[in-house]
Ligand binder design. Sequence first.
Ligand SMILES: [Zn+2]
Length: 93
Amino acid sequence: MSEPLKPCPFCEGEVTLDHDGNTQWISCTKCSYESCFIVDNFWNTRPIEDALRDEIAVLKSKLQISEGRIEDMIEVQKKYMIFDLSKHDGDPT
Ligand SMILES: [Zn+2]
């Protein structure tokens, strides 16, 4: 296998590749999960997990941008003392 093995899908533990001459398998060093699904790098093929990790990265990026904007708004509020958000109860009336 050319690329490093992904961690255990159940506990994120480190895995090891073992063999007994005829069979290869992957073992989790943390939860003891074992799998023989290592043919053609199957172990590292996790399209749903990869898609979710990509989506999480995009959402984290958007969250950081939003947090930056909120911090900017707070700084503007502090600078101009327009209104005190802590005293606003959310009721527009
Ligand atoms: Zn595990």
